[in-house]
Write a protein that binds this ligand. Structure first.
Ligand code: SF4
Length: 185
């Protein structure tokens, strides 16, 4: 009998995962969540403190900024699937290490294969440089990029916009562009 993958199965595998050392300090794994009405996946870097406490992605200040930007374009948080490349919180919110990204990527790949998104929005340099191998998002942000038959859209991580009004404006303009793309395709 063919065994089909599901989001629940992936989440369970993540919950039981001990493939890297980040499993030792986590309170909860953060597999990602949301709906898929807009066929949009949004991918950040890694869970932070609040995400680790709750097991849910983007529930802190950065999540609020992302939610507001989406809402301004009539996209609800639960219309989109939101996750990170790393499913357990790195200590003190340090950047994920290359081996951690390599090992954990298998879960994100399963999620992408299962959901077949119309477009994937990458938030920030860490995730964009890892997945698309681009040096800096400054020149690439706000445009549609292609890799392995998938479409990507790159913008700043909302956490980077917290104390920077200019970046926040740019981030919101990017999300508007992304919303326009989704409504037209
Ligand atoms: S970060 Fe990823 S690979 Fe490492 S333990 Fe958590 S789920 Fe497993």
């Amino acid at each position: 009998m063919i065994e089909y993958d599901t989001l629940n199965k992936i989440a369970l595998d993540i919950k039981n995962c001990q493939l890297c050392l980040l499993c030792s300090n986590r309170k909860n794994t953060v597999p990602g969540e949301g709906g898929f009405r807009k066929k949009l996946m949004i991918i950040g870097e890694a869970p932070g403190y609040h995400e680790d406490q709750s097991g849910r992605p983007f529930i802190g200040t950065a999540g609020k900024i992302l939610r507001n930007a989406l809402l301004k374009n009539n996209i609800q948080f639960d219309d989109v699937f939101i996750t990170n490349i790393i499913k357990c919180r790195p200590p003190n919110n340090r950047q994920p290490r290359i081996n951690e990204k390599k090992i954990c990527m298998q879960y994100l790949e399963r999620q992408i294969l299962l959901l077949q998104p119309k477009i994937i929005c990458l938030l920030g340099n860490v995730v964009s440089s890892y997945i698309l191998d681009i040096k800096s998002i400054t020149n690439e942000r706000g445009s549609i990029l292609h890799k392995n038959d998938l479409k990507y859209f790159v913008t700043y991580h909302p956490a980077a916009t917290i104390y920077n009004r200019n970046l926040l404006n740019t981030f919101e303009q990017d999300i508007k562009k992304l919303a326009e793309y989704i409504s037209q395709n």
